[in-house]
Write a protein that binds this ligand. Structure first.
Ligand code: CO8
Length: 269
């Protein structure tokens, strides 16, 4: 499968598989090419995992380098985009993250450094999140005149509660590994400085990999059926509101300010 990808690294070692998003020069930001590859990967891996002789019991998703898991959607690609394009990127991203969420083996986001915006949305579409001590997670879209567009407004309140999710998203609050564990967004902090972070993650998931695979799969299906709580309308609403903001001055200003490395001056229009 690796030969199909330019920005993803896919490795299988025994019963653990590792997917690395590999654009470290832009903190692994999700551009159209990465999304296309994630789409292809999640479709192909799903059909492989459905074969009974497939050895994979758990998939770790990580970013390349210690500075970021994923720093969000690629903001530079937003420039010049109009509502209808935003609609299509948001729906497509939502569909891909749903595919990842519905994989039949547990997925673990291993977060070193930044998991922001679309990166945080990818992390919360996984079943578990493990944090390095330098992990920072948050939803800063509002600083760009935007909202989360890959399912964040739907999944975050389910995970950390309505009030905290509202606070995080409306104030662009980012939290550290230690703050994140208190609200339950992280399952564990991997803070043994004498051991490689990936080795620590593998140790953390080892008990899970030794359980009866069909039972684990059934727990996943049972728990994920609760996600019918996420009615399609909630996702559609997010797409609509996300895309509408592409018609505003403040979105243009937010994106320009990021690119020009300055503070945005919003005008409420
Ligand atoms: N998109 C594009 N490029 C990025 C991104 C990004 N999200 N994040 C970082 N980069 C680039 C920087 O522009 C910089 O490139 P260059 O060297 O060419 O200037 C390089 O990565 C290194 O970044 P910094 O120099 O900024 O590194 P710092 O250590 O100073 O700062 C931060 C790190 C704090 C992470 C900072 O880079 C930052 O704030 N990044 C943006 C974070 C953000 O706002 N993310 C949310 C994006 S919006 C989103 O994800 C919406 C999801 C729904 C999308 C729906 C699709 C239409």
């Amino acid at each position: 499968m690796q030969e199909l990808f330019e920005h993803l690294i896919w490795e299988v070692e025994g019963n653990i598989a590792l997917l690395t998003i590999n654009r470290p020069e832009v903190l692994n930001a999700l551009n159209a090419d990465v999304l296309k590859e994630l789409d292809l990967w999640s479709t192909k891996i799903r059909s492989e995992l459905e074969q009974s002789n497939n050895p994979i019991r758990c998939i770790i998703l990580q970013g390349s380098g210690a500075k970021a898991f994923v720093a969000g959607a690629d903001i530079k690609e937003f420039k010049g985009k109009v509502k209808i394009e935003a609609q299509s990127i948001s729906s497509r991203g939502q569909r891909i993250f749903k595919q990842i969420e519905q994989l039949p083996v547990p997925t673990v986001a291993l977060i070193e450094g930044y998991a922001l915006g679309g990166g945080a949305e990818l992390a919360i579409a996984c079943d578990f999140r493990l944090a390095a001590p330098n992990a920072i997670i948050g939803f800063p879209e509002v600083k760009l005149g935007l909202i989360p567009g890959f399912g964040g407004t739907v999944r975050l309140p389910q995970l950390i509660g309505y009030a905290k999710a509202m606070e995080w998203m409306t104030t662009a609050k980012t939290v550290s590994a230690y703050q994140g564990i208190d609200v339950g967004i992280f399952n564990a902090i991997l803070d043994n400085e004498n051991e490689d972070i990936l080795d620590q993650a593998k140790k953390w998931i080892a008990p899970l990999c030794s359980m009866a695979p069909l039972a684990v799969k059934s727990i996943i299906f049972a728990m994920k059926s609760q996600q019918s709580l996420y009615t399609p309308e909630l996702f559609e609403k997010e797409v609509e509101l996300f895309a509408k903001l592409f018609e505003t001055y403040d979105f243009e200003e937010g994106v320009n300010a990021f690119i020009e490395k300055r503070k945005p001056e919003f005008q409420n229009k």
